[in-house]
Structure formats: structure tokens, C-alpha cells
Design a binder for this molecule. Structure first.
Ligand code: HGY
Ligand code: MN
Ligand code: MN
Length: 410
């Protein structure tokens, strides 16, 4: 019989999450950008705990942490990510990693269970350097040239420099061994209000959106803010603002029922109050679970840019930075999560799409994948006030461990 360490322990789950929260704390959240010092300490934290679950730990050449098992029988891969958005929440990512660790600690030592849970933390899910670079590397989708070209979106630091400073330069990247896993299971906070508004405990994810990202550059004429008459200005900042309003006016006629679009960052150059901006840049995202909708909106975006350039006085250039295929979650994984919710969450679950991107959509390209959500208080995420009630965290963990058991027992 397995010893009591291999019993589910909700207090241990909360203690682990709070231990990670204490690394890189920012107000009630964390500031743990990819390859920052607190992020690297978090990777080490996980690597030191994996042996407790009978796993051999490795941090690979792109910063993925992988715990592998020698136990005979089927293997289920589980995990999420440990870096955060800037000045953001303590649960976005770590919740899924700690749930996977708890499932491995409970299941792997159990002689009555054939097979094991293997644990992963995927590097840079939050896109500081690129698009799902860690999980995409694992599934074989990242080239050495991609890494050569990757830059930190805030500091501009080359990823190669960050990897070298992290002591990971030259280290091999781990690529998935096809057929090794029965699939991949990830837990995450919902990052929305569906569960809270419905008094529910578990989201059974059905699909994950595709995310397409663009850099849109407006070129006008830098000039004196006082002596340049209004009727002759070529104000790139004004052109950008007008373009954002035009998007909001014209996209609704061409979008889908759940399409979202966001201008997440605007830069005016040179960014001085006494200078008319000669150049302006916006980082723009479109998300939908139907790639045809995104393609239709990209076409509209490009035609709007061409119209604006023809009309003047500023020119507009649209550069596509990243595309992401939406993913359907495996039906049998959804059933296992739903059954586990009946056993440990009173059946308070709902099937729902994810409007956030997740590593599960990368793993889904090579194996069956599933996700479960736990409630987000007020639906807040990507902000340091992000939170989930302790009771919901523990319930979610119990459901996750039971879903892992069911997936290994099939
Ligand atoms: O942006 C996203 O959807 C994810 O939370 N990184
Ligand atoms: Mn996340
Ligand atoms: Mn996130």
C-alpha cells in the first residue's frame, strides 16, 4: 500500500502554490517574465520536487522542465507554465504545474495503478519571446533559426543571450517521444467569469482559440508641435487612433459570435509632448476558434490599411507576427474530467470553449489533450489581483487527480 505521502493533500497543493507565489512576488501576484531571475528560481523549485513523485527531472535547452517516469505502463503528460505576464497573477500557469505535481505524487507511488503521470512546465507560454516557444519546441515546431530571431518583447534582449545567461546555451531541447503518452492534461484558472457567475467548480474545455498577432506601423512626418499648422500635419499617432476606431466600427460586420480583437500596446515615436509623432506602432491581436473568421478579418484589416495609405496623409503597413491554430479538446478527456467532477465537485461542471490560448493547443497537435478550468474571482486575469478561492483550488486539484487516474485506467 502506498504511504500517506501518496494520499491527496489539498494543504500541500496550497503550500506549493504559495511557495511559488513567494518567488517574484508583486503585490498579491507575481512579476516573473520568462528567464527572469524569479522565473529561473521557479524552474529549479519544480525540478527539485519532481523526484518526490518518482520522476527524473530535466531542464532542457529552451527552459522546459520535464519529469519522466521509469514506471511501467501508460504515461499521462500533465503540466502548464511557470512564467507570468508582467506584474500579473499568481495562478496563471503555476496552478496547472502544481496540480500535475500533486497527481504524480499521489498516483506514481501507487502500486495499484499501472502507469504514471509525467510532469512538464513549458517555457514562455506567456509569449515574452515568441508564440508558445516551449511547448511548440517539445512538439517539434521550433527551429534553431526561430530561437536566433526571438527577442524579448519588452527589453528586446535576444533569446540566445537569455538562454546563455540562464546557463542553458548549447543544452539539447527535449522533443516528444511519439506514442509515449496516452495524452496531455492541463488545469488552468478560467480567466473569465463563466464558472463564478454559474456557481460552478469545473470548466470542461471543449476548444481553444487560435491567436493571430500583428504589428501595424503608421508613418507620417515628425515635426514641431507648435509651429506646424494643423492642416499640413502628418500625425502618425492620430492616424493610429483613427485606425483603432475604424476597426471597432468595421470588424463587427465580419466577425464571428466569439471573435475578440485587442490593441495591447501602442508606441509613439519619438514620444515627446512637443513633437508630432512621425511614426506610431500598435501590437494587435485577433482571436477566434474558426481560422476562416480570422483570415476574413485579416483581409479586412489589410484593405483598411491600403485605403488609409491611399487617402493619406500617413502610410500604414500591416505585418503578421504570429498565427495559431485553434484546437479541439479530446472527447474522452472531456468525459474523464466530467466524471471526476461528479465524484469530487458534486457535478458542478460545464463544457466551455477557452478564449485564452494554452500550451494544450500545442500538445493537441501530436496527442489527445484536455483541459479543466477552476473559477477566477471576478474573472480577473493577466493582472496581479487575479485569484481563486482556496476551496476551489483544492476541489479543482482533487478533480484533476481523479481525472488523471481515469485516463490512465482506460
Ligand atoms: O494570452 C493568452 O491567452 C494566454 O493567457 N497567454
Ligand atoms: Mn496561462
Ligand atoms: Mn496567461
Amino acid at each position: 500500500m502506498a504511504d500517506n505521502r501518496s494520499q491527496f493533500d489539498g494543504a500541500r497543493v496550497l503550500a506549493d502554490l504559495n511557495a511559488l507565489r513567494a518567488i517574484g512576488t508583486y503585490k498579491t501576484g507575481v512579476h516573473k517574465p520568462t528567464f527572469s531571475e524569479p522565473h529561473l528560481r521557479s524552474l529549479e523549485w519544480l525540478a527539485q520536487r519532481l523526484p518526490e513523485a518518482g520522476l527524473t527531472a530535466e531542464i532542457d535547452g529552451i527552459g522546459n522542465v520535464l519529469g519522466t517516469s521509469a514506471k511501467p505502463g501508460p504515461k499521462l503528460l500533465a503540466g502548464s507554465h511557470l512564467e507570468s505576464q508582467n506584474f500579473a497573477g499568481w495562478l496563471d500557469g503555476p496552478l496547472g504545474v502544481v496540480y500535475a505535481l500533486e497527481a504524480a505524487r499521489v498516483i506514481n507511488p501507487d502500486p495499484d495503478v499501472s502507469g504514471a503521470v509525467e510532469v512538464a512546465s513549458w517555457c514562455d507560454e506567456e509569449g515574452h519571446f515568441g508564440s508558445f516557444l516551449g511547448s511548440r519546441s517539445y512538439v517539434g515546431g521550433v527551429s534553431e533559426q526561430d530561437i536566433d530571431a526571438a527577442r524579448d518583447r519588452t527589453s528586446g534582449k535576444p533569446m540566445r543571450d537569455a538562454l546563455r545567461e540562464a546557463g542553458l546555451a548549447g543544452r539539447a531541447r527535449v522533443i516528444a517521444e511519439r506514442g509515449r503518452h496516452v495524452g496531455y492534461l492541463e488545469a488552468h484558472i478560467e480567466q473569465g467569469r463563466t464558472l463564478e457567475d454559474g456557481g460552478l467548480a469545473i470548466g470542461v474545455v471543449t476548444s481553444i482559440v487560435g491567436i493571430w498577432q500583428y504589428r501595424i506601423v503608421f508613418t507620417g512626418e515628425q515635426n514641431h508641435a507648435g509651429t506646424t499648422r494643423m492642416n499640413i500635419r502628418k500625425d502618425a499617432g492620430l492616424a493610429l487612433a483613427r485606425f483603432c476606431v475604424a476597426i471597432d466600427e468595421r470588424f463587427p460586420a465580419a466577425c464571428g459570435p466569439r471573435t475578440v480583437w485587442t490593441t495591447g500596446r501602442i508606441t509613439l515615436d519619438p514620444g515627446s509632448p512637443s513633437i508630432i509623432p512621425g511614426q506610431a506602432e500598435m501590437l494587435f491581436q485577433i482571436r477566434d476558434d474558426d481560422p476562416r473568421v480570422i483570415e476574413r478579418l485579416e483581409e479586412l484589416l489589410r484593405s483598411m490599411a491600403a485605403e488609409t495609405t491611399t487617402r493619406g496623409p500617413c502610410a500604414v503597413a500591416v505585418e503578421r507576427l504570429r498565427t495559431g491554430a485553434p484546437a479541439m479538446m479530446d472527447a474522452s478527456f472531456q468525459e474523464a474530467i466530467e466524471a471526476a467532477s461528479k465524484s469530487f465537485a458534486g457535478g458542478r461542471s460545464i463544457r466551455m470553449p477557452s478564449a485564452a490560448g494554452h500550451d494544450a493547443q500545442m500538445l493537441a497537435t501530436i496527442m489527445p489533450a484536455g483541459m479543466l478550468f477552476v473559477p477566477s474571482i471576478g474573472g480577473i486575469s493577466h493582472h496581479w489581483t487575479e485569484n481563486t478561492a482556496d476551496a476551489d483550488i483544492v476541489t479543482g486539484a482533487e478533480v484533476f487527480v481523479d481525472a488523471c487516474r481515469r485516463l490512465l485506467a482506460r
